[in-house]
Design a binder for this molecule. Structure first.
Ligand code: CDP
Length: 216
């Protein structure tokens, strides 16, 4: 395995931004695995299906095409909710697993952000981060982001979304949202994005030194 950096954590913790910046720093390709689940949710809804219907969601996951990840719809509030509802189905997760594992297997490595990267997709990743922040801090970030995208939504609604989504992601039986035992926790509540990236970079640098030493 190359130098794989697993960046997990709850919604709007800053993991996506940190993953992109780490990718730039190390010259590694970056995968936002949440986009896969978002695109599956969006596809089920577009086809008039039910998010609780595992068969419909699995068919959507198996037929997913890269163009579907590019649609602005996958970035909306509704897509985040739909994503976490299809993400509970084991066959959906299985349908998306090979693609993510192949992405992680690239040389010289990859950065992947999500919920189960350090636990299920790339358990042997040499660098693992688990990015958190309080629900209030995350709701504030997500609210500003969605307002910027032109969505009319209140802070309270977003805070409620975040709490519902955390609870669902933590409670699911298959690949729940949890820090890998060997992940380094980074709480970004009081940090600017620059400070959070700086902290993440230092953690990854230490992991990279250990990885290079172990490689010999
Ligand atoms: O951007 P945000 O953090 O809101 O969410 P996301 O990373 O786009 O993920 C959307 C949803 O997809 C999450 O709430 C999870 O339910 C699901 N997901 C997952 O189950 N496993 C992953 N590796 C990534 C996302």
């Amino acid at each position: 395995m190359g130098f794989v950096i697993a960046v997990d954590g709850p919604a709007a913790s800053g993991k996506g931004t940190i993953a992109v910046k780490l990718g730039q720093l190390y010259g590694l390709p970056v995968l936002d695995s949440g986009l896969l689940y978002r695109a599956v949710g969006v596809k089920v809804l577009a086809e008039g299906g039910d998010l609780a219907d595992a068969a419909a969601a699995t068919a959507a996951a198996r037929s997913l095409e890269s163009a579907e990840l590019e649609s602005p719809t996958v970035r909306t509030r509704g897509a985040g909710e739909a994503a976490s509802r299809v993400a509970v189905h084991t066959p959906v997760r299985e349908a998306l697993r090979d693609y993510q594992r192949a992405f992680a297997a690239q040389e010289p490595g990859a950065v992947i952000d999500g919920r189960d990267i350090g636990t299920v997709i790339a358990p042997d990743a040499p660098a693992k981060l688990y990015i958190t922040a309080t629900p209030q801090a995350r709701a504030d970030r997500r609210w500003k982001q969605l307002i910027g995208q032109g969505e009319a939504v209140s802070f309270e609604e977003i805070l409620a979304d975040i709490r519902t989504r955390d609870a669902r992601d933590e409670a699911r039986a298959d690949s729940p949202m949890v820090a890998a035992p060997d992940a380094v926790l980074l709480d970004t509540t009081e940090m600017t994005i620059d400070a959070a990236f700086d902290a993440a970079r230092r953690i990854v640098e230490a992991a990279r030194s250990r990885w290079e030493t172990a490689k010999g």
